[in-house]
Design a protein around this ligand. Structure first.
Ligand SMILES: NC(=O)C1=CN([C@@H]2O[C@H](COP(=O)(O)OP(=O)(O)OC[C@H]3O[C@@H](n4cnc5c(N)ncnc54)[C@H](OP(=O)(O)O)[C@@H]3O)[C@@H](O)[C@H]2O)C=CC1
Ligand SMILES: O=C(O)[C@@H]1CCC=N1
Length: 280
């Protein structure tokens, strides 16, 4: 098994998440010449070509000699893409490791769909990355089928770890749906929060540019403290909250509107949707 630096990587689908991972890999110095992306949309292909990776519109060409094939299309398109790839691998003696980032799509479906005409099935790892991979700050969950070797797992781990600060292997496949509801979708929750903070402060008279700089830096600063401090999130919250002060007033307002329940329901909704995507 080649090292990550020597592996040929094929991305099937070159949209938002694939671009984030590719950008993160390139920033980390992974050899661009070893990365091929198959993407039907010319605008996306041009963006990826500008990063320096090879592009094509032909999935089977991208997957022909790859050591790792990353399925990065929408869940609804995954079946067709896997079938196309599996059919094209009949002459390959060694099948690539297939890594799927498609939300909800189960290992058993992926293995079945990507089976070769002579009945062989690729070793498949299901992962759930997130877009901060682009800046080397990703968080990824992963689950491997039983036949994935420790060497193959190590390779996928190296791939994920090169763009993620947290790479968590879960011990039950269903937990990847929870990972999706937490960290896969999670960046959007924080982006939405910052959007609301900016509009709240702007409505109260702060110029938008200033509100944006203050809100985004507050998000970054809080995130950095969460990662670097030995204190639990609850303690960090308490450290900001003076008795009967301003933070207390804001947190009381959040709680009065059922903040915890709002978050619980949102994570449950995303987790259920992930599970549902696997059933289609
Ligand atoms: N965005 C995120 O934050 C995350 C996404 N994911 C998962 O990643 C996957 C991709 O999501 P995302 O990047 O957001 O979606 P995008 O729509 O941005 O990317 C998917 C890309 O695949 C292309 N495509 C469509 N059909 C084919 C095909 N048959 N062969 C090759 N490429 C094709 C699409 O082109 P076109 O637009 O022309 O159809 C599109 O550019 C999803 O399964 C999602 O669940 C996982 C973690 C996080
Ligand atoms: O919204 C989605 O379905 C994908 C999966 C996780 C993040 N984006």
């Amino acid at each position: 098994m080649p090292s990550l630096q020597d592996s040929k990587l094929a991305f099937i689908g070159g949209g938002n998440m694939a671009s984030a991972i590719i950008g993160g890999l390139v920033n980390k110095g992974v050899n661009k010449q070893n990365i091929t992306v198959s993407e039907p949309w010319d605008v996306n292909r041009e963006k990826l070509a500008a990063v320096g990776v090879k592009t094509t519109t032909d999935n089977t060409e991208a997957g022909a000699n790859a050591d790792i094939v990353i399925i990065a299309v929408k869940p609804q398109v995954t079946k067709g893409v896997c079938e196309e790839l599996g059919a094209s691998w009949s002459k390959r003696t060694t099948l690539p490791v297939v890594v799927s980032i498609a939300a909800g799509i189960t290992l058993s479906s992926l293995e079945e769909w990507s089976r070769t005409p002579d009945g062989r099935s690729a070793h498949v790892v299901r992962v759930m990355p997130n877009t901060p991979a682009l800046v080397g700050e990703g968080a990824s969950g992963a689950y491997a089928s039983a036949d994935v070797t420790s060497e193959e797992k190590e390779l996928v781990n190296a791939l994920l770890s090169s763009v993620s600060k947290a790479t968590e292997w879960v011990n039950k496949e269903e937990l990847l749906d929870v990972v999706t509801g937490l960290s896969g979708s999670g960046p959007a929750y924080f982006f939405a929060m910052v959007e609301h903070l900016i509009s709240s402060a702007t409505a109260l008279g702060l110029p938008q540019e200033q509100a944006t700089r203050l809100a985004t830096q507050t998000c970054l600063g809080a995130g950095k403290m969460l990662v670097e401090s030995s204190d639990e999130p609850g303690q960090l919250r308490k450290n900001v909250t003076s008795p009967n002060g301003t933070t207390y007033a804001a947190l009381q307002s959040f709680e009065a509107q059922g903040f915890k329940e709002i978050v619980d329901k949102a994570v449950q909704a995303a987790t259920s949707r992930s599970a549902e995507l696997g059933k289609n």
